[in-house]
Design a protein. Structure first.
Lengths: 285, 285
């Protein structure tokens, strides 16, 4: 395992950790100000959300790299399955538009949160088939533009309306089915920390298909399943063991801190949040 | 698969579906009134909660059987792991007391919700070991009293504070480790509906270790992870497929309807709720 005690150049900020500056959350920092604050603190890379980029993908990507940061990723495609993706062509077009943005930004990876259960079906099986079929059209489009796509399984709580894809196992199954070098997975502690099958499935994925590793913590007494994530060390996830599994499978990329926390971290000064992230990352992750 | 279209004698009521008559929920019906209402409607069995039984286990069990109902189960042991089970002996004593109640009631099965992550540890692995060790002392006590113990995996959302046991896979692992004929699993649609590994793991469990099958539905837009369960047919779980897997593994016991629903079903007249359960069970389950 890599030793981050005295070197946090592997650390990436997912800008969601500062509250997105939307919906009344966050301090209103521009992408440029977030870039500078990360660069000053020695973060190695940054991950944006589409809502922050708008039509400025190329400029923001260049700005990040000029400050010494790589753009590790972009969040995320619109849903590809479920109630919000009933129109197949619109779902595919939405994904292609996100791929274009990722290419403009120079983001290494575009994350896919797949969407929930198709309303005309029951269970997750049919929706996973729909997802796989649609990915078959999207993945080559991304490959042509040099964008890697990372399927992110979400905690099973979200299976109904956000992600019929709930485990690394199912994500690797889809990767196997499509067999494309630019299709892999993102592993987020929040979603997979409970899974005793994780290590085996990451081995199955292998280094060539792990495109991202996302960090936060699971608070034992989670008050809100969407917006009450914990800072590393404040919860019950075994962060060292999970990173051990991820790196044991060959992953050597960025460790991306992504903390949705409406009632706690989003209320704090972004500079303080970034300082705490660096400190916790070095000490605990 | 069994055909329930014209025969719902396999139907069991878990009394939680009527709101427990506690905390301001439910219509205040006594166990006797619930028993009679179920018997009138042709339910085959009933499952109580300890809070409803108090010191009247023997009398209530006899009353149920006199009305023609079997007592399919009792919910549940106090937590065996996690923050509420730091005192090993107290946790074991609490489980033994619940076993005594189940024996007095004549309940076929005592359900175990295991508890969350031990506060001195991270991840679920160590807590599952603690659980297994404590079960080793409890299982023989139950066997002497003719009580079967059913490990119930809960949705991973609860892994931190309610159940470090999240999958049928992990539950069968523990059954394998202890190898006791009176230790098995309970399969609850709410907790396992998303799991693509379910069928394989139920096959692994086999008929001799599936001690219960719990029914409700997962609402796509779940508002509260504890108290917003859906009535069968109102959600996205594939009820027929799950029962197919359960029965495919050899299970032929009661189908127990357990719906925690503070804002909907608990506000309705219990007689109406029971009528809807029978109707939905025959048509959709």
């Amino acid at each position: 395992m890599r030793d981050f005690t005295n070197d946090h150049s592997a650390l990436a900020l997912n800008t969601a950790s500062l509250g997105h500056n939307l919906d009344g959350h966050g301090a209103g920092w521009s992408p440029e100000r977030v870039i500078d604050a990360c660069a000053e603190r020695g973060f190695g890379s940054i991950v944006f959300w589409r809502r922050e980029i708008g039509s400025r993908a190329v400029a923001i990507g260049e700005r990040a790299r000029a400050a010494g940061l790589s753009v590790a990723g972009l969040c995320r495609t619109p849903f590809l399955t479920g109630a919000e993706a009933m129109d197949r062509q619109a779902a595919i077009d939405g994904a292609k538009s996100a791929i274009d943005m990722a290419a403009g930004l120079g983001a290494a990876v575009l994350t896919i949160v797949v969407g929930g259960v198709h309303p005309d079906t029951k269970g997750t099986e049919e929706s996973l088939k729909i997802l796989t079929e649609r990915l078959g059209e999207i993945v080559p489009y991304a490959a042509e533009r040099g964008v890697k796509l990372a399927l992110e399984p979400l905690n099973p709580f979200y299976a109904g309306n956000r992600s019929c894809l709930t485990t690394v196992r199912d994500a690797v199954d889809i990767c196997d089915a499509l067999g494309a070098p630019n299709l892999g997975i993102a592993v987020d502690v929040y979603h997979v920390w409970w899974d005793s099958d994780l290590d085996a499935q990451l081995q199955r994925a292998g280094a060539g298909r792990i495109f991202g590793y996302h960090l936060c913590d699971w608070l034992a007494e989670t008050r809100d399943v969407l917006l009450d994530r914990g800072m590393m060390g404040d919860g019950v996830a075994d962060l060292r063991a999970i990173r051990g599994s991820v790196e044991g499978a060959g992953y050597a990329g960025p460790c991306e801190v992504e903390i949705f926390s409406a009632q706690n971290w989003w209320k704090r000064d972004p500079g303080e949040v970034l300082d705490v992230i660096v400190e916790r990352f070095r000490a605990l992750c």
